[in-house]
Design a binder for this molecule. Structure first.
Ligand code: ADP
Ligand code: ZN
Length: 214
C-alpha cells in the first residue's frame, strides 16, 4: 500500500502517520523529519536545506527528491510506505508517479486532512516536538519529557507565528494544487482533521475500507 498524507502544516499528519504505520506495517516516511535530521547531522544536503527549513520555505525539489529517492530504495519500502510531507509540489508528484510507474505501481490513496486556518495556527503555535524521536505534543498537554523515549521537548524554529503564516501561504500556493491533481487520479479521500487523534484515526480507517492495494 502506497499512501500519501496531504494537508497543511499542523493538520496532524505526523500523529496519524505513526498510528497508520502500526496498522499497515509499512514505514512512515516524514520528509520534514529527514530534512531536520540531515541538518542536525550537518550533511551536505542538510546544510543546503537549513535556510529554507528555518524560514518556512520549501526546500528545493532537487534536494528533497534525492533524499526521498534514496529512502524509498531501501528494502523496508518493498511492500509500500506512508509518505508524510511528500509530495509537496506538482513536480514532486510527477516524479513519484514516474518512480512508481517503473515498478508497475501507483499511489493507492491520498488522505487529505481538512482543518480551518484558525485551528491550524492554534496547534502550530502550541506545538512541541521530541528532539530525539520527533513525537509531537501540544503545549497544554505536553509531558516534561517525551512519553515514548524520554527525550527533551522543544519548539521548532519554524513554529514561530510569522513563520507559520508564511508556511500556510506556501501550502496554499504550492501544495494545495495536489488536491485536484489526486482528485483527477481518483485516489483522494478527505478527512475531517478536527477532534482527538483516535476520532481522526477512526475516520481514516473508514476511508481506507475498500481501497484497493494495486
Ligand atoms: P509541517 O507539515 O508542519 O510543515 P514538516 O515537518 O512536514 O512540517 O516540514 C517542515 C519543513 O520541511 C517544511 O516547511 C519545508 O521547509 C521542508 N519540507 C518537508 N517536506 C518537503 C518537501 N516535500 N518539499 C520541500 N520542502 C519540504
Ligand atoms: Zn521521543
Amino acid at each position: 500500500m502506497n499512501l500519501i498524507l496531504l494537508g497543511p502544516p499542523g493538520c496532524g499528519k505526523g500523529t496519524q502517520s505513526v498510528l497508520l504505520r502500526n496498522k499497515l506495517k509499512v514505514p512512515a516516511i516524514s520528509t520534514g523529519q529527514m530534512l531536520r535530521e540531515a541538518c542536525a547531522e550537518g550533511t551536505e544536503q542538510g546544510l543546503k536545506a537549513e535556510k529554507y527549513l528555518s524560514s518556512g520555505s520549501l526546500v528545493p525539489d532537487d534536494i528533497v527528491i534525492a533524499i526521498v529517492k534514496k529512502r524509498l530504495s531501501l528494502g523496508d519500502c518493498r511492500d509500500g510506505y506512508i509518505l508524510d510531507g511528500f509530495p509537496r509540489t506538482l513536480n514532486q508528484a510527477d516524479v513519484l508517479k514516474e518512480w512508481l510507474g517503473h515498478q508497475g505501481k501507483q499511489v493507492n490513496v491520498v488522505l487529505n486532512f481538512e482543518l480551518t486556518e484558525k485551528e491550524l495556527v492554534r496547534r502550530l503555535t502550541g506545538r512541541r516536538e521530541c528532539r530525539i524521536c520527533g513525537a509531537g505534543y501540544h503545549v497544554e498537554q505536553a509531558p516534561e519529557k517525551c512519553d515514548r523515549c524520554g527525550g527533551d521537548l522543544y519548539q521548532r524554529d519554524d513554529d514561530k507565528e510569522e513563520t507559520i503564516r508564511r508556511r500556510l501561504h506556501i501550502y496554499k500556493e504550492q501544495t494545495a494544487p495536489l488536491i485536484s491533481y489526486y482528485t483527477k487520479e481518483s485516489v483522494l479521500k478527505n478527512i475531517d482533521g478536527l477532534g482527538d487523534k483516535t476520532a481522526i484515526f477512526d475516520r481514516i480507517e473508514k476511508a481506507l475500507n475498500g481501497v484497493s492495494v494495486n
